[in-house]
Design a protein around this ligand. Structure first.
Ligand code: IMP
Ligand code: MG
Length: 172
């Protein structure tokens, strides 16, 4: 039977989201910030995060995936939804649920820089270190883990468990 080991409670998530939202609000004061949520996993995190940010921001979404319903990366990135708003000369902050190998974000960062963004940085709920392959730095992270497959608060396993209000380590 699958086991769910608690990683972050609702209260811990809320405190960490407040903390990074304050940092972002200070760092991007007087800049033109565009938050880009990576669908689907970031939708809950992004919706909580923007409500704690105190400076004007624009929001958009991209849909990218490197996973095909399992817990192992396929290694390829598929972009199925591009940004709609203008990002040329804007400061972009990519909002992701979890950074694992880093391939998805490395691909998206290159893509957005090529599209003319003034800067591109990364904000993630979870920075998962062990399998990092691409040279990406998570600029704002709520929580860091070495390894394990996590679910809840937007993170899925084969599309399930996104609705859990807490984050768990799923042991299959
Ligand atoms: P990367 O390109 O290997 O960094 O993959 C990042 C994407 O893989 C994330 O946006 C998630 O959709 C998925 N992923 C990686 N690790 C986990 C996990 O522990 N739980 C759920 N999804 C994960
Ligand atoms: Mg994702």
């Amino acid at each position: 039977m699958s086991e769910f080991i608690p990683v972050l409670t609702k209260e811990e998530i809320a405190a960490q989201v407040r903390r990074i939202a304050q940092d972002i609000s200070v760092d991007y004061k007087d800049r033109e910030l565009v938050l880009i949520g990576i669908l689907k996993g970031a939708f809950i995190f992004l919706s909580d995060l923007i409500r704690q940010i105190s400076i004007p921001v624009k929001v958009d979404f991209m849909c990218a995936s490197s996973y095909g319903g399992s817990t192992a990366s396929s290694g390829r990135v598929k972009l199925s939804k591009d940004v709609d708003i203008e990002i040329k000369n804007k400061d972009v902050l990519l909002v992701e649920d979890i950074v694992d190998t880093g391939r998805t974000l490395s691909y998206l960062m290159d893509y957005l820089k090529t599209s003319g963004a003034a800067s591109v940085r990364i904000c993630a709920l979870i920075d998962k270190r062990e399998r990092r392959e691409a040279n990406v730095t998570v600029d704002y992270a709520c929580h860091t883990v070495e390894k394990g497959f996590l679910v809840g608060y937007g993170l899925d396993y084969a599309e399930f468990y996104r609705n859990l209000p807490e984050v768990y380590h799923l042991k299959l």
